[in-house]
Design a protein around this ligand. Structure first.
Ligand code: FRU
Length: 452
């Protein structure tokens, strides 16, 4: 059986065997093993806590634990012991994604227990765990606290996962991903007075046929009085430059009708237009700011550092602050990151994580790499596209999509780009965060940033 103790012993003994050639310097990475979704992102006793889907034993998905780290400034992360292991009947095949909330100075986690029955069918239930020291977690004896028995017939209850808790007017709610019998994505709302007894409240939002099936990892939050849902739909149909990754990550703007407890959606917008961005989760910082972090990968693509035998795979984006702009949310970096970024100049070899600000007057293409192996990014003024093009990389990361994904782009009239470059990834912010593009790349050896 898997346990927290075994996981921690394994990590301490084996982490020295990891090959860190492609490990980024500024982005969160595991010490060893596999990570996917950020989980339980929360501010607790003056520090941000980040949990994540974690398989310490291998650099591929499987046997999901909750890894754990904390940070005072969203930049310097301290690894903490593994928080949850799949050690109960109700989570035996994985402690899947979920969230955290602070109640009475205690840190509570709500997560999905993934169970594969003997006949191969899947059951997903919701569980609670808590910690008074922010390090050791106890699963409550009432688990599972929410099962398929709560759900109406119109949803397919074996997809029932990724609870995201929030509090409103002294009552707790949780948005949870399911699949509707019509074959579309569907978010349900659960409610509780005490975090232990949960009821079904409503079908919060149901998708349409072109919007994919399961909407994974929902998150409901308010920024400057405007309400949003984040969803991670599997197989949202692509439209021009948008939703090109097989699984997309989306901001849904709208409002909640609290009499009916439904989310009335106005618009659906892809959060990030790069190759690697999924399962974003937010939390509230000490000044009421909304901070978002996402997994910097998307399903169905090669696992480069695993395939190379480096014993790790997966990383997070930089945390981003969400603010209300003129046309929806803008994404900016926390102030604490800037002192860590050196100023890069064109023609320079990239050795450390750095930043470059590019004012755009006309079409401009930048090349990162060397003559035979390079990434292109830039702006095409004619088509009004900011793009990242991975077609000239020797490790080009073609995924399972039946259409081309080597070049990702966003259609926008761009005035400036702010680019953060790390060892194996870049994040481009367009027009002060109006749009973003986040992509990984793997270039071994000298890496020069030049104008094409
Ligand atoms: C999203 C997801 C979640 C699930 C987790 C399992 O990437 O598929 O829906 O809880 O990953 O690792």
């Amino acid at each position: 059986m898997k346990t927290v103790e075994k996981a921690n012993e394994f990590i301490q003994a084996e982490k020295v065997t990891v090959n860190s050639t492609f490990m980024p310097q500024l982005h969160f990475v595991p010490e060893i093993g596999w990570i996917n979704d950020p989980n339980g992102f929360v501010y607790f006793r003056g520090e941000y806590h980040l949990f994540y889907q974690y398989n310490p034993y291998d650099s591929v998905w499987g046997s999901l634990h909750w890894g754990h780290a904390k940070s005072k400034d969203l930049v310097n992360w301290e690894h903490l012991p593994v928080a949850l292991a799949p050690d109960k009947d109700y989570d035996k095949d994985g402690c899947f994604s979920g969230s955290a909330i602070v109640k009475d100075d205690t840190l509570w986690l709500m997560y999905t227990g993934h169970i594969v029955n003997e006949d191969g069918s899947v059951r997903q239930v919701q569980n609670m765990a808590y910690s008074t020291d922010g390090i050791h977690f106890e699963k409550v004896e009432q688990n599972p606290v929410a099962t398929e028995a709560l759900l109406p017939d119109e949803v397919i209850a074996n997809d029932f996962r990724d609870p995201k808790i929030f509090e409103k007017d002294g009552h707790y709610y949780s948005v949870v991903a399911t699949k509707h019998k019509d074959g579309v994505g569907c978010i349900v709302l659960l409610g509780s007075d005490n975090l232990i007894d949960w009821q079904f409240e409503s079908i919060f939002l149901k998708g349409e046929a072109h919007q994919g099936h399961v909407w994974e990892c929902p998150d409901y939050f308010v920024v400057d009085g405007k309400e949003y849902l984040i969803v991670s739909p599997m197989r949202y149909q692509k439209e021009g430059n948008d939703f090109v990754n097989i699984n997309s990550n989306i901001f849904v703007s709208g409002h909640v009708d609290w009499d009916k407890k439904v989310f009335v959606a106005d618009s659906f917008k892809e959060i990030d237009h790069g190759h690697d961005f999924y399962a974003a989760q937010t939390t509230e910082g000490p000044a009421g700011e909304r901070v978002m972090i996402a997994w910097m990968h998307t399903w169905g693509r090669p696992l480069v550092t695993n395939d190379l035998g480096h014993k790790w795979f997966g990383q997070m984006t930089l945390p981003r602050i969400l603010k209300q702009g003129e046309n929806g949310l803008v994404q900016t970096l926390p102030d604490s990151i800037f002192p860590r970024l050196t100023n890069l100049t064109l023609g320079q070899e990239i050795q450390t994580a750095g930043q470059i600000q590019l004012k755009l007057s006309t079409s401009e293409t930048y090349q990162l790499g060397n003559d035979d192996d390079y990434l292109l990014f830039g702006y095409d003024k004619e088509s009004q596209e900011v793009f990242v093009d991975r077609s000239h990389l020797s490790i080009n990361q073609i995924g399972e999509e039946t259409w081309t994904t080597v070049r990702r782009a966003v259609t926008v009239e761009a005035a400036d780009l702010f680019v953060v470059l790390d060892r194996n990834c870049l994040e481009i912010f367009v027009n002060k965060g109006q749009e973003s593009l986040t992509s990984t790349y793997y270039i071994d050896g000298p890496c020069l940033l030049q104008v094409r």
